[in-house]
Design a protein around this ligand. Structure first.
Ligand SMILES: CC(C)(COP(=O)(O)OP(=O)(O)OC[C@H]1O[C@@H](n2cnc3c(N)ncnc32)[C@H](O)[C@@H]1OP(=O)(O)O)[C@@H](O)C(=O)NCCC(=O)NCCS
Length: 189
């Protein structure tokens, strides 16, 4: 299954017609979900991030089918150097940071998080990126691990977030397509 996330909505949902769709979105459209899931201590007006104005920064969203097209999940991608180059087995030529990964609690466990990360990998692959890295909340470390990311740091704290984080990286292959995350096991730096 391939999700062409630049050409507008695409049928995803594991091939089911009328399933959820992945589209390019925006900081504004994803702010409510990001705030509710990730930063409830902030106001909606504080959800903008440095780098949002970078034309290469991309928000991807999964929306509910049907009428309201509510944002059920989102992820943010921005080309940013990997902060742990010493942990990589080979240098990263073009690294991207994955942030703002969130799904609505009502739909967790149904594959939308995986769909978003696979779409993120395709987005980065299509733009010549060869590495995705993230500051993963420890509660989400196994989620990322299942998707091919590997931890490269000890747990550390981030400002204004109680939960510890761990640095994780995943190689992106130019030939990579959604659905290959578990099979490739290419997360080692
Ligand atoms: C982490 C999160 C995005 C996962 O979203 P989701 O929609 O439940 O993910 P999926 O249903 O696609 O799950 C994908 C796989 O990861 C597994 N998984 C999901 N969350 C997991 C967790 N917290 N721990 C272990 N495994 C997890 C699922 O079982 C599934 O495994 P499988 O495909 O091998 O069966 C979601 O739980 C969330 O928004 N959490 C709160 C915010 C957060 O911590 N975001 C990450 C910030 S760094």
């Amino acid at each position: 299954m391939s999700a062409d996330i630049d050409s507008g909505p695409c049928a995803v949902g594991r091939g089911r017609a009328g399933g959820p769709t992945v589209t390019r979105s925006s900081a504004e459209e994803t702010a409510a979900l990001r705030r509710a899931v990730l930063r409830p201590n902030l106001s909606i007006h504080e959800m903008a991030m440095a780098g949002d104005q970078n034309p290469d920064t991309a928000y991807l969203a999964v929306r509910a089918p049907g009428g309201d097209r509510a944002v059920l999940g989102c992820v943010r991608l921005e080309p940013v150097s990997c902060p742990w180059p010493e942990a990589l087995q080979a240098p990263a030529r073009a690294a991207w940071q994955l942030r703002a990964m969130a799904t609505d609690p009502a739909v967790r466990g149904s594959g939308l998080g995986r769909l978003l990360v696979e779409s993120a990998m395709e987005h980065v692959s299509q733009r010549g990126g060869d590495l995705i890295w993230c500051n993963a909340r420890v509660g989400a470390e196994q989620f990322y691990f299942r998707l091919g990311f590997r931890p490269v740091t000890a747990p550390f704290q981030m400002p204004d977030v109680a939960e510890d984080h761990v640095g994780m990286v995943r190689r992106v292959l130019q030939s990579e397509r959604p659905g290959e995350a578990q099979r490739t096991g290419s997360g080692q730096g």
